[in-house]
Design a protein around this ligand. Structure first.
Ligand SMILES: Nc1ncnc2c1ncn2[C@@H]1O[C@H](COP(=O)(O)OP(=O)(O)O)[C@@H](O)[C@H]1O
Ligand SMILES: [Mg+2]
Length: 159
């Protein structure tokens, strides 16, 4: 599914609409260059999930893990500073993917062999100063259902 955003607030709104559809165990893998809007999107997603203020855990590899408390906990893992895939070993990612909450991974393309088989893949692309394209790819049954849900809810930014 392709969506088009014309402003940061529109990206946040789209993220919020995705967040509303998420369930415990869902994994969202975000990809896109620096400034593509991944963090803005995740901000909206956390609003949609309905969580509180995050606490930060910084691992030895300087990967930032933001933990948001809530009825369903939300984990935002930012791999920007990860130098090579092996560094992700120590993060205990399996625990996050095994359904104790919802997990969003920024720079997911840095850890191809760690990603779970089922995931909602989101590719964000800079297309102009204020415009971004957001491609959602459902990999597996549950992620495809999220995309169906977005179509049903007439998500923002669809053309
Ligand atoms: N349509 C848009 N969607 C998201 N961000 C946008 C948009 N237009 C401009 N921006 C700006 O681009 C930057 C995106 O930053 P960020 O979300 O941190 O990107 P990333 O996490 O992908 O590196 C912000 O400064 C934001 O204000
Ligand atoms: Mg970011």
């Amino acid at each position: 599914m392709m969506l088009y955003s014309q402003s940061p607030s529109e990206t946040i709104r789209i993220g919020k609409q995705v967040g509303r559809l998420l369930q415990c165990g869902d994994v969202i893998a975000l990809v896109g260059e620096l400034g593509a809007g991944k963090t803005q999107f995740i901000k909206g997603m956390s609003n949609g999930i309905g969580v509180g203020k995050p606490t930060y855990i910084s691992s030895p590899s300087f990967t930032l893990i933001h933990e948001y408390p809530g009825k369903i906990p939300f984990y935002h893992i930012d791999l920007y500073r990860l130098k090579w895939e092996g560094e992700a070993e120590e993060l205990g990612l399996e625990d996050y993917f095994q359904g104790k909450g919802i997990t969003a991974i920024e720079w997911a393309d840095k850890i191809p062999s760690f990603l779970p088989n089922e995931r909602l893949s989101i590719h964000m692309t800079y297309t102009g100063t204020h415009s971004r394209s957001i491609e959602l790819i459902g990999i597996g049954k549950r992620p495809l259902k999220i995309i169906e849900g977005l179509k049903d809810s007439r998500v923002q930014g669809a053309k």
